[in-house]
Design a protein around this ligand. Structure first.
Ligand code: GDP
Length: 419
């Protein structure tokens, strides 16, 4: 229904395997395109003397954005009878991988698109691996361009075996492997009449079968402190609630200083009177029962469910830097509102995405993935990614460039909270 939040979907796969075409066609076939868009795409294709090129839908939507009608440049909305979806990154977008690892794109589910004729390619494997690294657990595979292999079941079976083997090596299981032709509109919103041998669900059935997103409201409270404003004798602590809910009178914990205090009031910026409670997604200012030293970068939680405190942690990282990541190098860590310098203490493994092997190494090259240990001088408040994706991920910055994105695992590093 339209009340529940949209399911965030990311569409990945090798270049030219048909991601844009699939999205364009899906938007059209689910009746999600604005008036006139389909006609524009058909005219544009005719003018170029080609079959209808559904990938143009993305260009047409982009053109609309350029005129300032839609604000967000990376979100594409569509809906089925069951619910709303938002595709949170456009394929081919140069910032795509960076967005995925830096947390700009946190998806609830993913579609991995594979060309029926070409089969899995290096990028398909790499993207599959990144989904695994990012903890995206709901994945469906779309075998596209079935028209190019005459809709043959043998080809589908052959690819299916290969794909399942690859995914199970990652500990992932595809919700389904759906044969389609995005260009011909086979298998997207109805059973594919050209593939009567296929008894599985069509694409929209698979999408509608995904579990709804876990609302950040249902996770423990995390309010990273953004700013502290002083008015006369009052101090207002400002920030965005990343998860959970906060109420006046709550006993809260400030991490990493590990002090507890009571919430006196909650000021919401856009309502005139103080609120009794606020929840994930809201930006708030709170006042406390006593004056504590609080600064940007600290995290507010409830005593019963605090973040981890440690100055050393393990992470899986995707490296984007031109210069390799090396043991002993120092980078700026950005974790929620916290920014501080960290040293690369060790690189446990460098992962070869093509062969899915991991080996010890002392550096991580651009586009490489590895498991590393980072050490900061001071304590940090952090979460394991699996516990809280919002506060369990970080980026590394070198000078002014984002050079890596990672997710946190504590593995072997205990909480160092002092009692
Ligand atoms: P992307 O790079 O993954 O976004 O791929 P595109 O959507 O741009 O498609 C790449 C090319 O494959 C285009 O020329 C499409 O027309 C073509 N293509 C996409 N889907 C199909 C399909 O189902 N069948 C055939 N024959 N061609 C397709």
């Amino acid at each position: 229904s339209s009340e529940s939040p949209a399911l965030k979907l990311v569409v990945v796969g090798h270049v030219d395997h048909g991601k844009s075409t699939l999205i364009g066609r899906l938007l059209h076939d689910t009746g999600s395109l604005p008036d006139g868009k389909a006609e524009a795409v058909i005219r544009m294709s005719e003018r170029r003397g080609m079959p209808v090129e559904w990938a143009f839908v993305l260009d047409a939507l982009q053109a609309e954005r350029d005129q300032g009608i839609t604000i967000d440049t990376t979100q594409i909305f569509f809906n089925t009878d069951k619910r709303n979806y938002v595709i949170i990154d456009a394929p081919g977008h140069t910032e795509f991988l960076k967005n995925m690892v830096s947390g700009a794109a946190l998806s609830d589910a993913a579609l991995l698109v594979i060309d029926a004729k070409e089969g899995m390619q290096e990028q398909s494997r790499r993207h599959g691996y990144i989904l695994h690294l990012l903890g995206v657990r709901q994945v469906a595979v779309v075998i596209n361009k079935m028209d190019l292999v005459d809709y043959r079941e043998e080809r589908y079976q052959e690819l299916t075996g290969e794909i399942r083997k690859y995914l199970s090596g990652l500990g992932l299981e595809a919700a389904a492997i759906v044969p389609v032709s995005a260009r011909e509109g086979q298998g997207l919103v109805a059973a594919p009449d050209k593939m009567s041998w296929y008894a599985g669900p069509h694409l929209v059935e698979v999408l509608d079968g995904f579990s709804p997103p876990v609302l950040p409201t249902d996770r423990p409270l995390r309010l990273p402190v953004q700013d502290v404003y002083k008015f006369d004798d009052r101090r207002i602590i400002a920030g965005r609630i990343e998860s959970g809910r906060i109420r006046t009178g709550d006993r809260i914990l400030i991490s990493p200083s590990n002090k507890s205090v009571t919430v006196k009031s909650i000021e919401s910026w856009n309502t005139p009177s103080p609120a009794l409670s606020a929840s994930a997604g809201q930006s708030v200012g709170i006042t406390l029962s006593e004056q504590l030293f609080i600064e940007r970068g600290q995290v507010i939680s409830h005593e019963a469910n605090p973040p981890i405190e440690s100055n050393v942690f393990r992470a899986r990282i995707f490296w984007l830097g031109r210069k390799p990541l090396e043991v002993g190098k120092r980078y700026k860590l950005k974790l929620a509102t916290n920014e501080q310098m960290v040293d690369v203490q060790s690189i446990e493994t460098v992962i070869d995405v093509e062969n899915l092997t991991s080996a010890a190494g002392d550096k991580l090259e651009r586009n490489g993935i590895g498991e590393i240990t980072l050490r900061a001088r001071a304590m940090l408040a952090l979460d394991e990614f699996s516990e809280n994706p919002k506060t369990g991920r970080f980026v590394l910055v070198d000078e002014y460039d984002t050079v890596g994105g990672g997710i946190i695992f504590m593995e072997g590093y205990p909480d160092q909270r002092s009692s």
